[in-house]
Ligand binder design. Structure first.
Ligand code: PHE
Ligand code: ZN
Length: 851
């Protein structure tokens, strides 16, 4: 056994011993032997009085030389860095030079400097810079960088502004002090899609999206999104761009979505490249959101960064919140909110309710890469949404202005963040802070009482135990409520109640018994527990003025029904069928909203809900009953579907805007339903007629769901076989929509496909990730799903621990299921834990999941 990797604790934070005043780097690029020369201008940090050794992080570096003020010194080198004893350091400031050799070609972990199909690129967040050179690789060390790149390649990029270039070299200078995790370098044979932008104060900025030759015609939407993001951040947050160039590069091999390196964002090509023929409406929406997200980081993340990685939500929660606001402004706030909540529940509530639960600001970790989670990102954004609701629009604007002026150029903490809200609004946020320090999704029970004159709502909150946190205090929960009278008129417009105690009542005058609409807009990330009759849900679905709760009423109706189908053998009745039919054909409603209302509850969501209600979920049964539910709906709506499909056909060329996308979403939802009653005839015709990827994939999924679509799959591969991003869809959708008894076999067959390039993270996710997302297939009673996923994680781990660890969350829900399944998952976790040489990344995840 190797040593147990050690945890890092928030409580142990100490400022760095030195200051880095300037960094100059020279790269002589070569696939197997890249030389990196670093000159660091260092001085003692007055924040750490006394004389200290100099400790620099460094991993997998071949050290050639170390010099201080030009003289060779003997540094102590170990597996994680180098130490130069205090006695060997001059007093005051000095220059440290190092020269190392690294091998980007062999770097399969895609962290540090690596190669992707002939192109050099870097990924330094969170701790990748230490694989490039010796450096204090921590976010609170901020310095200006100057970079020289030498390579016989046409495009050589780094952060900041270009200083000069010639044949085989280029120099860059980034004047803004930054932490090393924001460093980036790209070198390759690339072409640019370019545009210009002038900031509000008149700075001209050259915008470039760098891609491989042939992909230039797929950059227009990303560029348009970038320009809209830049304008929006000026208008809404008063934030301008601060360099002369803004570069984006698309790479095919990338562990995550994208990275906000200063002035040089690097993107997974999947989140840049789009054309109507190759990208779906969901792809377009994600590109818009991610382009905005990375751009917004320039202020929330780069200009103001994190003091340490425990503060990750400081930049991520805020930047997600900002990109959600942006997408809402660009599209529809109602639809965006519903989609965000669906995602939050599917990923974050799932995480919060299992063995991997952790606070939005954790206080310890083994491998920081394992904490880029839905909790840090999505719950982190929800917490900011609550803050905004509590202090109001104006208070929020004042707090943010203060944040930017007070902390610009700094590495800040959650305490700093909360203090700007306290100082700007006078509000005490001591209790609110629990949202950052305590894990778990609060459950809120509601009772109502009407005595003829007044109406009382009583709330009780329960904060469930999570790993390492058996007990916790009451949270501040903003609960937005409205009251309707029995005719459907609103008698109390949206009002925010502040629940701060374990149990609390709120009274309203009411001459008639009102119907409450509670947690409007999903005003807090909690589970609301209230016994509501199907009639009342149908009433809210028809009348609620709050679009989120209107949708939520339909969803709750569907979930109640599906739960009764699974547990009592109930059958879909008119209360649900008629209510959904009314929404589906209500032309006064946004088609995108109607499409969302038609979406059936997910199987994983259902399993979680049943488990919370004390019932052990049976994945096969949930799958079968959900299918029955879809068939009943298809029969009920069937006769009217062809008319709807016809009416929603978009004349003219494809446009990716929200209006057109919403119409396509409803049309595809209708096609999928119709396939259940017409054997796929309409879907097959729609597939044949499709001139865009949204409809091509939509119709294909409709066919796969009814056991058809094999010919279409063959044609798809013949047409798109050479396109990596499009083929990812082809791999994923056959698995995601496979019958549960066949999902493992389909996956196995695809792992033998010549294009199953499993070292490419996108392709790995499209295959192994798609199986984990096929609920009944992955949780198949045979255990074959568990085994196959574990096999592949073990295979990937030695090459790319970060992606293997992220994907291991497939197993996090095991405590919900029956003893057999629990035993099978535990056996797979034990098998992984025992694997020789298991990475720290996967090792930590497996250990936490085993409990
Ligand atoms: N910071 C990136 C983002 O959220 C995510 C990321 C983390 C990318 C780690 C790569 C590595 O925008
Ligand atoms: Zn981010």
């Amino acid at each position: 056994m190797t040593d147990q990797p050690r945890a890092v604790h928030l409580a142990d934070y100490q400022p760095y011993t030195h200051r880095v005043e300037h960094v100059a780097l020279t790269f002589r690029l070569a696939p197997r032997a890249t030389r990196v020369l670093a000159a660091l201008r260092l001085s003692p940090n007055p924040g750490r009085p006394g004389r200290h050794d100099l400790r620099l992080d460094g991993e997998q570096l071949r050290l050639i030389a170390v010099r201080i003020e030009g003289r060779e010194v003997a540094a102590r080198v170990d597996a994680t860095g180098m130490t130069i004893p205090a006695e060997m350091l001059p007093e005051g400031g000095f220059t440290l030079e190092t020269e190392v050799e690294i091998a980007p070609e062999g770097n399969t972990a895609l962290e540090g400097l690596y190669m992707s199909r002939g192109m050099y690129c870097t990924q330094c967040e969170a701790e990748g810079f230490r694989k490039i050179t010796y450096y204090p690789d921590r976010p609170d060390v901020m310095a200006p960088f100057r970079v020289r790149i030498e390579a016989d390649l046409p495009v050589l990029l780094s952060n900041g502004n270009p200083l000069g270039q010639g044949p085989g070299w280029a120099e860059w200078e980034d004047p803004w002090p930054k932490p090393a995790y924001l460093f980036a370098l790209v070198a390759g044979d690339l072409v640019a899609h370019s545009a210009d932008f002038t900031t509000a104060s008149g700075r001209a900025v050259a915008l470039n999206i760098w891609v491989r030759a042939g992909d230039q015609d797929r950059c227009a939407y990303a560029m348009d999104s970038l320009i809209r993001s830049m304008r929006w951040d000026e208008e809404v947050y008063g934030r301008e761009y601060d360099l002369d160039v803004f570069n984006i590069v698309a790479v095919d091999d990338f562990n995550m979505g994208a990275m906000e390196n200063k002035g040089l964002n690097i993107f997974n090509s999947k989140y840049v490249l789009a054309s109507p023929e190759t990208a779906t409406d969901d792809d377009f929406a994600r590109i818009e959101a991610i382009i905005a997200h990375e751009y917004f980081h320039n202020w929330t993340g780069n200009r103001i960064t994190c003091r340490d990685w425990f503060q990750l939500c400081l930049k991520e929660g805020l930047t997600v919140f900002r990109d959600q606001q942006f997408s809402g402004d660009m599209r529809s706030h109602a639809v965006k909110r519903i989609e965000d909540v669906l995602m939050l529940r599917a990923r974050q509530f799932r995480e919060d309710g299992g063995p991997l639960a952790h606070p939005v600001r954790p206080d310890s970790y083994v491998e920081i890469n394992n904490f880029y989670t839905a909790t840090i990102y999505e719950k982190g954004a929800e917490v900011i949404g609550m803050l905004k609701r509590l202090v109001g629009e104006e208070g929020y604007a004042r707090a943010l202005d203060l944040y930017f002026t007070r902390h610009d150029g700094e590495a800040a903490t959650i305490e700093d963040w909360l203090r700007v809200f306290e100082d700007a609004t006078g509000r005490d946020l001591a209790q609110f802070k629990r949202w950052y320090t305590e894990a778990g999704t609060p459950r809120v029970k509601v009772w109502e009482e009407w005595d003829g004159e007044s109406y009382t709502l009583t709330f009780e909150q329960e904060n469930p135990a999570t790993p390492g946190q058996p007990e916790k205090g009451a949270k501040v929960i903003p609960i937005a409520v409205g009251l309707l009278n029995p005719n459907g008129d609103e008698v109390l417009p949206t009002t925010v109640l502040e629940l701060t105690q374990d149990r609390q009542s709120f009274r309203f005058p009411a001459a008639a018994r009102p119907v409450p609409s509670i947690l409007r807009g999903f005003s807090a990330p909690v589970v609301l527990e209230r016994d509501v009759s199907p009639e009342e849900r149908a009433f809210l679905l028809a009348h609620d003025t709050d679009p989120f709760n209107k949708w939520e009423a339909g969803r709750a109706l569907a979930k109640d029904l599906l739960a009764r189908m699974v547990t009592e053998g109930a059958a879909p009745g008119p209360d649900w069928l008629d209510a959904i039919a009314r929404v589906t054909f209500d032309e006064g409603l946004d088609p995108a909203f109607r499409a969302l209302a038609l979406r059936l509850p997910g199987e994983d969501d259902m399993a979680s809900t049943l488990h919370a209600g004390g019932i052990t979920p049976d994945p096969a049964r949930i799958w079968a009953e959900r299918r029955r539910m879809g068939e009943a709906l298809a029969r009920r709506l069937g006769p009217q579907l062809p008319g709807l499909i016809e009416a929603l056909a978009e004349p003219g060329p494809f446009t990716p805007d929200a209006r057109a996308a919403g119409r396509r979403a409803l049309r595809i939802a209708a096609l999928a339903l119709l396939a259940r009653v017409d054997g796929g005839r309409a879907a097959r015709a729609a597939h044949a007629a499709a001139d865009n990827m949204t409809e091509e994939v939509g119709a294909l999924i409709a066919l796969l769901e009814v056991g058809a679509g094999q010919e279409e799959l063959v044609a798809f591969e013949a047409r798109w076989g050479r396109d990596r991003n499009v083929m990812d869809k082809w791999f994923a959708l056959q698995i995601a929509h496979a019958h549960p008894d066949q999902a493992v076999a389909v996956t196995e067959a695809l792992t033998r496909h010549p294009d199953f390039d499993w070292k490419n993270p996108n392709r790995f996710r499209s295959v192994i990730g798609a199986l984990s997302a096929n609920h009944a297939g992955f949780h198949h009673g045979s255990g074959a799903g568990y085994r196959l996923v574990a096999d592949w994680l073990l295979r990937l781990d030695p090459l790319n621990p970060q992606t293997a660890a992220r994907m291991s969350t497939a197993f996090e829900t095991w405590p919900r299921y029956d003893a057999d399944r629990q035993g099978m998952v535990q056996a797979e976790l034990a098998r992984m834990a025992a694997a020789p040489g298991l990475s720290r990344d996967l090792g930590e995840m497996v250990a936490r999941m085993r409990g």
